[in-house]
Structures are given as structure tokens and as C-alpha cells.
Design a protein around this ligand. Structure first.
Ligand SMILES: *[C@@H]1O[C@H](CO)[C@@H](O)[C@H](O)[C@H]1NC(C)=O
Ligand SMILES: *[C@@H]1O[C@H](CO)[C@@H](O)[C@H](O)[C@H]1NC(C)=O
Length: 428
């Protein structure tokens, strides 16, 4: 008994005999070594790649929840949403014809505050564009029904998918395809449909003039798309899922893409992260579509650590403007994602006016010293070319996925980027 007891305490006795300072140093060095080895292993291991048109079969996760937990609502579980048109007195005095472009924000029913922020920022600034704006919510449930009704009476911009339950897993899997289906069955046809998340700020002026207007023609007296089977977005490689797809924070599709995806979904019923589902469906249908890829300077995740440290959203002097994430820099920003923080969203919105992005203030006299440990870490490894942190999204796509079909660059057999060599587009 006694010997067992003393042997149990032996490790703690040994630890107590080691000088504290040495112990701290030792533990610190151990942690650092683990992080370094982990970092190097991650950088040096080659992930597995799927074969063309054979996506990996895995239980896709959405915000760490496996999609196998998705279930359809039971019949009668959801109350239909009572139709609630906008009050005539609040509607635009001169109604205009259908716009060629629908900009839709997919959002949770209970996020009325965020919707107001979006309505009062870019939707108001760019309301002269031929763009319809909508918020798409699932069945709001009894608590939120009145709020949504009041909102729609005032603004008339809500689409309610009342056959879908309001939860995270539905929102991030089938909701966008169900929204497309709703547009088709309600005969709400647009030339271009943009889907975006609530934490994205859209410079709709620049998006319209650079991406949509050049792809529309007025030859018939109304604006019609001059491209078909096309998505405008930013290709993103998900290493854990071994898939490439236009990132779900924002992408725009022509009407025929909507129809194709809805038809494929009826046949295959894919439940996966909403943007991944697009890739899986196109692979199952052996369907190639055209992609107009947005640059890292135009569409990026906002990184607060990359700012100047003066409270503004403008970037430090040594930012990486093509990287997948950075702060606001230059005159090219179109879609700024990851603005979950309300204050930061409004600060970013403040950098825009009716014409688009304002001029960037000159660099601050005091150079950014780098208060962010994480950026310090990446800056260090960047010196040796050993971090992917400042890569563009395009650079992150493994080269094995690119093929050239008769002069067109195609990614993973489904995303056709046309003639422009992706290896040059990513490395500006
Ligand atoms: C919201 O208002 C618009 C404009 O009046 C109307 O067309 C639409 O059907 C309404 N939405 C709902 C869910 O009632
Ligand atoms: C398209 O053409 C019609 C008829 O020619 C014209 O009335 C309309 O203003 C034009 N629209 C745009 C956006 O140029």
C-alpha cells in the first residue's frame, strides 16, 4: 500500500525538485517545439486529392456540426407565413420594372438589427442601380412572425421560405438552393442573382459596373445577360473537404445556373455546406460552368489585426492586398466579408460613398508596430516563404486540379475560368 502511494507521488516530487525557472523555460520550449513541428508538418504533408468527378464521401460539417444531423421538418410542424405586402403608402412612388439583378442576403429571422444596418448602408447608397434587394429568411416561428411582418410592411423586401425550419444547419445547407427553387416556382426571374451572407459589405456600384453591366445587353430594349452558365465569385479550396467552389460569402449566378442547380438537387438531394453542395451537384451531373473569378483585392475576409491600429479599417503599410484576408486597402474593394462585429461593419461602410470606395488616407507616419501575435508569426514565416497565410485564394488551390481543355483552364472538371491562366491571376 505504502510503496504504491509513494510511487504515485513520485512525479510531483521530481517536479518540485526542479527549479521553477528551468521548469518554465522547459515547458515554454516544449510548447514552441510542438507548434513549430505542427506548422512544418502541416506545410509539408500533401493532402489527399479526389479523382475527377469522384468527390470524397464524407459527413460534411457545417460550423463543426455534421450535416447528417439535418432532418426535414415533420408535416404540420411549421405554420405557414401569412402573406404581408408592403403598405402602399410606404412603397416607392414610381414603381420601376423588374431589375436585371437581384441581390439577396441570406439571414436568420431574428437578426432584424443586422438587416437594418444593411438597408441603411450599401442598399441605400446604391439604390439607384437596377438592383432589387431582398432578405431571405426561413420560417420565423411564432416569436418572430410579427417582427418579420412589420418589417415587410415597411420595407417590402422579405422573402420567407416558410417550409424550412429556422436553424443553423438548414441555413448553411439547403437554404440557398431552396431560395433558388422559390424564385423559379414564383416566376421571379432575374438575369443575375447574387447570394450573400449578412457579414458582408457590398460595394454594389463597383460590382455592377465591373462585373454585371459589361455582361448585359440592351439590344432587345430590356437588359439581358450576354453570358450563360456563369458564376461570378471567388474560387476557394477547402482542404479538409478536398473540394473547390466559389465561396459562399457571396456568389452571383445567371438564371440558367439556378435552374441547373435546382434540377440537380431534385435528382441528388445533396446535404452539404451550401457552397460545397454546388460543387458536389455539378460533379454528379458532370456539368461544367463558367466562373468569373474575383481577385483578392476585390473580395476578401476582413482581418482586423491587419489594420493600422488607429481604429480605422484601413490596412497597415505592409499589408498583402491579394491575400485571402487583409484590411481595407487601395481602391478596388468590392466585397468585404467577416464583418461580424457591428462597429467594424459600420466603420467599413463609412469608407464608402455613392461612387464606391473613398480615397485611402495616406499611410500613417508611425508605422504599424504589429500588436498582433498571429500576424507577427506569419510575417516571420513569410520571410522564408513558409506561410500560406498571405496566399490568394487562387494560390491555395492545388495545381493537380487544373486542366486545360482546348485552351480553357478548368478547375476540378467543373469550374471553367476561360483563357486566363490561373497561375498568373493568383500571383500579382
Ligand atoms: C413583402 O412585401 C412585398 C412587397 O409588397 C410582397 O411582394 C411580398 O410578397 C411580401 N412578402 C411576404 C413574405 O409577405
Ligand atoms: C434599354 O432600351 C430601352 C428601349 O430602347 C430604353 O427605353 C431603356 O432606357 C434602355 N435601358 C438601359 C438601361 O439602357
Amino acid at each position: 500500500m505504502e510503496s504504491k502511494g509513494s510511487s504515485q507521488y513520485l512525479p510531483s516530487v521530481v517536479i518540485r525538485c526542479i527549479p521553477k525557472r528551468f521548469l518554465r523555460l522547459f515547458i515554454g520550449a516544449l510548447i514552441l517545439t510542438c507548434v513549430l513541428v505542427g506548422h512544418l508538418l502541416y506545410r509539408l504533408t500533401v493532402p489527399t486529392y479526389h479523382l475527377p468527378f469522384q468527390p470524397p464521401v464524407l459527413d460534411y460539417t457545417v460550423h463543426d456540426v455534421p450535416v447528417s444531423q439535418y432532418r426535414e421538418p415533420a408535416p404540420g410542424e411549421l405554420q405557414p407565413f401569412p402573406p404581408t405586402p408592403q403598405l402602399a403608402s410606404l412603397a416607392d412612388s414610381e414603381p420601376r420594372g423588374r431589375a436585371p439583378w437581384l441581390a439577396a442576403v441570406i439571414c436568420p429571422a431574428d437578426d432584424a438589427e443586422r438587416r437594418m444596418m444593411i438597408r441603411t448602408t450599401w442598399m441605400r447608397l446604391y439604390r439607384d442601380l437596377p438592383m432589387d434587394t431582398r432578405f431571405v429568411v426561413s420560417n420565423p416561428g411564432p416569436e418572430w412572425t410579427e417582427v418579420i411582418r412589420t418589417e415587410n410592411r415597411t420595407f417590402g423586401d422579405m422573402i420567407v421560405l416558410d417550409h424550412l425550419p429556422e436553424n443553423d444547419i438548414t441555413a448553411n445547407t439547403v437554404k440557398t438552393l431552396e431560395f433558388y427553387k422559390w424564385l423559379i416556382t414564383h416566376n421571379e426571374k432575374y438575369e443575375f442573382v447574387t447570394k450573400m451572407d449578412t457579414d458582408l459589405f457590398l460595394n454594389a456600384r463597383a460590382f455592377w459596373s465591373q462585373y454585371l453591366e459589361p455582361r448585359l445587353s440592351n439590344d432587345t430594349g430590356s437588359l439581358k445577360a450576354t453570358v450563360d452558365m456563369t458564376m461570378v465569385g471567388q474560387l476557394y479550396y477547402s482542404r479538409p473537404h478536398d473540394l473547390v467552389f466559389p465561396h459562399g460569402s457571396m456568389y452571383t449566378a445567371t438564371w440558367d445556373v439556378l435552374e441547373t442547380l435546382v434540377t440537380l438537387q431534385q435528382a441528388h438531394k445533396v446535404i452539404a455546406g451550401e457552397d460545397m453542395a454546388n460543387a458536389l451537384l455539378l460533379m454528379k451531373g458532370h456539368q461544367e460552368i463558367n466562373v468569373v473569378n474575383m481577385l483578392g483585392t476585390e473580395k476578401f475576409d476582413f482581418e482586423a489585426a491587419d489594420t493600422r491600429g488607429d481604429g480605422s479599417p484601413w490596412a497597415r503599410d505592409h499589408t498583402h492586398p491579394n491575400a485571402a484576408q487583409h484590411a481595407l486597402v487601395g481602391g478596388g474593394a468590392i466585397a468585404i466579408h467577416q464583418l461580424k462585429d457591428r462597429k467594424m461593419y459600420l466603420k467599413v461602410a463609412d469608407c464608402f460613398d455613392e461612387d464606391g470606395i473613398k480615397e485611402m488616407p495616406p499611410p500613417t507616419s508611425q508605422r504599424y508596430q504589429g500588436s498582433s501575435l498571429s500576424l507577427g508569426w506569419h510575417d516571420f514565416w513569410y520571410l522564408f516563404g513558409m506561410t500560406a497565410h498571405y496566399n490568394s485564394q487562387l494560390q491555395n488551390i492545388p495545381s493537380v486540379y487544373w486542366t486545360n481543355h482546348h485552351g480553357d483552364w478548368v478547375c476540378d472538371g467543373i469550374w471553367n475560368l476561360g483563357r486566363q491562366d490561373p497561375r498568373q491571376m493568383g500571383q500579382l
